[in-house]
Design a protein around this ligand. Sequence first.
Ligand SMILES: [Zn+2]
Length: 197
Amino acid sequence: MTEVTAPPGIELVTDTVSDRVAGDTEITGWPIAFISSKWGASDQNRTSPRDAWGDVTIYKTQGGRYVVVRESLSLRYHASPTTCRMINDIPPGYAAYRKDLEAAADDLEVPECRPCPECLPPDQADLAEDEQVRYEWPKVQVTVCETSARAVAHLTRSRRGGSDHAQVSEPVRALLAEAARADPDWQRGERPMVRIS
Ligand SMILES: [Zn+2]
């Protein structure tokens, strides 16, 4: 097994990510790169976060593997029952109460969650303790990659509608550049290569 180099200046951490359905995942490693669309593009100069956004973190483990954590995060909650529907005709969110919204707002570092402007549930502070709403709980996707090349492939290639896509958005480019800067082993790894014929 090849030697694993600690990324200089980055501390080893243990983080837990939570998914309503899949449960908790605990990751111990060095967080070498992170992007978030919480505040939109920097030229938008937002003063408050978006209603819903995505975070991506790349961890390097002491075993030299890479863990890509993609989180879908939201401040929005709906009435229960709600007239809102997602694309697949399912109502958005899952059951939640005021204390859940308070905990979520704390986690996401905002004063409070936001009532949906379509189905108009009460403001968080006006909810009775036992009054149910439907909160868009975080969704998490955790992918363990044996090499940096696999992590790059995971983040840049997808299969949609039966076709392969190799398309790299600007945020993902920035994320990968950050990983390469932070981790000496990242650059030593093979570059991903796809053969098309
Ligand atoms: Zn709604």
